[in-house]
Each structure stands twice: as structure tokens, then as C-alpha cells.
Design a protein around this ligand. Sequence first.
Ligand code: G6P
Length: 634
Amino acid sequence: MINDYRLYHFTNFTNFTNLIFMCGIVGYIGKRQAYPILIKGLQRLEYRGYDSAGIALINDGKLNVYKAKGKVADLVQFANQKDINGHIGIAHTRWATHGEPNQVNAHPHYSQSEELAIIHNGIIENYAVLKAGLIEEGYTFQSETDTEVLIQLIEFIKKSNNIGLPTAVQLALNQVIGAYAICVIEKSFPDIIVAARKGSPLVVGIGEDEFFLASDATPIVEFTDKVVYVGDEEIVTLQRGKELKIKTISNVEKTPEIMKLEMTLSQLEKGGYDHFMLKEIFEQPKTLSDSMRGRVNVDEDNIKLSGFIDNKEKFMNTKRIIITGCGTSWHAGLIGKYAFEEFAHIPVEVEYSSEFRYRNPVINKDDLVISISQSGETADTLAAVELAKAHGAFIFGICNVVGASIPRLTDSGCYTHAGPEIGVASTKAFTAQVTVLVMLALLVGKEKGNITEEFYLKCVRELGRIPEKIKSILNKSDEIAQFAKTFTYAQNFIYLGRGYNFPVALEGALKLKEISYIHAEGYPAAEMKHGPIALISQEMPVVVIAPNVGMYDKVVSNIQEIKARKGKIISIVTEGDVVVKNLSDYSISIPETEECLVPLLAAIPLQLMAYHIAVVKGCDVDQPRNLAKSVTVE
Ligand code: G6P
């Protein structure tokens, strides 16, 4: 039984209510050249933002800082021909929140004397007050950033007290209000990196006589599997030839808790695919098997989910479930609602985290809040969890990234085990989230006696068959690529579905918007006549998810309505379907399955269609404009 979730629970999380932070940070100290490690690390973290990038290296008594607007590739070009030597360095990739994404605002930032350099992911809320004080002390500033204020403050404290860098960082952080993951290096001490965290994630990798630092474990995995997740308000000192040292900002020493990384390097590479997104779409038979491994036991006809077993009473006694999430995770939550209400007869509300956190929602002590997040770092979802926690609700997390902030903050939960998702548009994480939600709903339904043993068994067996069924859909990728070409002209798309497939329509539309920049709207099929029908013309492609389950006949009527207005119909049908197929311009068939599991199959051709349209349009599939994978900004 898989229950590694509890291992990652930490307490005393910060208050996230007003945080604005993004970006990826990476650091290295050891015997190797730092530059290639840091650049590769930045490329792995580019999903966190790609507006500007920078690097600081100490070599030969010099602290060199190179920065460039744009992607990491632009930084590499900029640093070409410069001194990129050094066995210690820090680097940063930015997603601009405040201040233009230009070279001056890019990190690292020097201190006034250029003795120190800092990278920072977070926001210093009281930077204006601190800055005013520093200006009085004669400090001047190059950028508009709060980060520069922090490094000047560290330098001021260090010089005025004549103390070492770790203590100066500690004293400075005691004056700071806000969130941070920072790394600081000092020109005259090339043997030490000081880093700290509050709110923003930070992981230390421990190698042989070397240390790595990063916003998540992806830059570290190829060098070591020993990691320490830095806790809130902790300062770490990485010193050549010494053990890792951790202290809190209130000066309490801590013993590092070393964990073993489960991630592998091959999971972070494209493995022969043109894009991560395509790789991740094709990984789904495996990732869903991984999500179910040790949980769905087809031989024993049973589901064992320790997240449920450990919290059975909570699930059985709750009067209401509130699901929170953003983007794709919110869509998965909607599918969860259909399943929980159908099987467990528990009322479910699905909330956008960003709305929920700000509107004084009614949260009761006996509510069960399910927080869904691929990254486990989404700022709004974290804040929603904080809020629900403050109201005394029990919080259950469904998360993909092991050790991320959400699993640390929630009371219990389940990992989705989909492996690292790099493509900005979520694919395999979505199907894994849906799988976990359906498993949970079936368990509660069975325990409550709301579903028959026979139905439960049918679903368990069917869950076991899903990976093979997905494989058969993936075989149609070339066929989908062919007809996708026909639709690159379109300015708009409508996606329609009913019941469990309404959220799938939303998700299909989101995929297309995200990566091909074509406007797309998902709608419940029957709602179409209350508005979107006015948009239908022969120019308008309408994607209809019409499997032979649920309200099939009603969906057929909806298709007739579109046909009558000359809309172009692309349908997702069950194998063997004739009626809808004959009404459609293009049709993709998926294998038959239980209604609650159809989203797992129907999502696949929609992911492939969005992918192929974006490729034909020449879009940057893995890093679409303006988006970031982990939205740690509210
Ligand atoms: C971003 C990503 C989406 C994702 C959403 C929520 O917008 O681009 O793919 O669905 O954040 O992220 P989470 O990590 O909380 O699931």
C-alpha cells in the first residue's frame, strides 16, 4: 500500500494570504564547474518562469554576475566568451510579477560593494521601509526590486556588526516581512553559500563533498538522491568540507532530515519525443498504472487507499466536501464532484482557490476539504488550504510533487504518482488526479453501502483495464494529427459534454487555449442553446464528447442542433458508434468503459488534438507564452 504522503508533513506553515512569488532558483558548491550544472538546473526550472535569467559565479577572487532578458538560452548566449569558471555559483529564472522583465531587474543582484550576490524567489513586503532606512545610510539602488533591498540590508548588517554571512542573513531576515527562498554568496568567501526559506520552496541536494540547491528536486536528481527539504524560516549553510548546517531565523539549531529522492533522470528528459507534452501524453498508460499500483488490486477485486483507510471516519462522517484547485486541477475536482455525489451521496462544492480564499466562504469544522494541485505550490490553492485550516476543517491533499508545500500543509492525502510533469499544459497529472478522486469516491460509496458490490467490482476491474485502453487511443495520434491540420485556421472552438464529460469539455478547451492560442470555450452541451449557439457557423469547429453512456440521446440532439447551423463537428464516440459518427465531420473513437471512467479516455484525444494543432501552428508547446507551470503568484 502506498502511503508515503505522511512522510512529508511538516508543521508551522507560513501565512500565504498575500504572497506574490514565482521564479526558479538553483545553486552549487563543490568540486565541479558550477556553470554547466546551474544552466542545466535553470533549464529544468524554466517551467517556473522564463522572462529573464541570470547567474553569479565566484572565480579567481571575482564575483561575476551575468543576466539576460528572455530564456535561459539567451543567458547562455550572453555569457558566451565571458569567464564562466568557478566551483561555486547561484542562478535564477524569473517570471515577472512586479517590474518589467529586463536585464536590470533580473537576478542575481549585487550588494552595493559588489561583495555579495543574491537570488530570490518571493516578495519582501516591507521593502519600502527598509529601503528608506538604507538610503539614509548612503545606499543606492540599481533596480526597482525588493530583492536588491534585501541584499543591501544583509551587507549593511554584516558591515556594521562585523559579522559573518550566515549571521548577517539571519539578522536581516528577522527584519523582513514577506516570503522568500534566497541564496547568497560572498566574493571573499568562495567556500560558502547561505540560503533560507519562508513560503517559497527550497531543496538541498547532498553529494560527495558538494551541495546543490534548487526550488525543486529536478536540477538535483542527476547528481544525488539525498535531499533535505528546507523548512519555513530555516537558514541553511552549505560549506565546502563541512556538514550541512540548519538554523532557524530565531537561532535554533536543527538536525537535517535527509530523504531519498524517488525521481529518476529519464523522467526529466524528452526520451525521443519532440516535446515534453507529447511524452507526457504518451506516458499515461504507465502513469495511471503507477497511480493505481498497490492501490487497485484486480486479483483481490479491491481498492486500498491508505489516504482513505487512515481517515475513514472523516470521509464517512463529513456532511460536505469542498474541493479547491486551479486550472486543470479544478477541472479534475469537478469530475470528483460527480463521482462523490453519485457514489458517496455527499454534497460537494468545487471552488476556484482564488475565489474561495477571498470571499469569506462558510467553512465548518466537520467539512472535508480536498485540495488538488499537481505542483503542490500554487499560491491560491495554498492560501485556500490555510483558510480552511484556520476554520478547523480537515484538509486532504491530492498532489503530484512529493514533498511540495501542499502535502506538507494538509492533514493527510494521496500522491498521484504521475512522475514529474514538465510541459506547462497539464496532461498526465489530470488523468492521475481523476483516477485518485474516482478511487476515493468508490471507496466511500462502498463503505456507505450506496453502491452495490457488483458495481464496485466492475469499476475496480475496469480501472485495471484503463491503461491498455489508453494505449489504443494513443495509437490514433497520427490520425488526429492529420485532421488537426484542417483546423489551424479556426479562431474559436466550442467543446461540449454532459455529466462527467462536461469537465472534460472544459479541460479540452483549456488545453487548446493554453498551447495553440485559439480561443476555446467548454460548455455543458445542453447550455449551448442559451448563448454559444449564436456563434455557430460553418467556420466554427465544435468538439462534442459523446460516448454511449449517460445522456447519449440528448447529446445526439445537441449535435443535430449544431449540424442544422452548419457547425463543423468533431466527436469523441465509443467504438462501434454509428449515429454520432455519421453526423460528424471527424470522429475519434475510444473504447467502452464505465461512465465515471470515461473522462480518463476522452481526455486523451483532446490532449492530442490540442498538441497537434499547436505544433502545426508553430507554437512553443512546452513553454506557451505568458504561462508558467507552477503559479506561485496570486
Ligand atoms: C498553471 C498551469 C496549469 C495548472 C494550474 C494549477 O496554470 O499552467 O497547467 O493546472 O497552474 O496548478 P497546480 O500545480 O496547482 O495543479
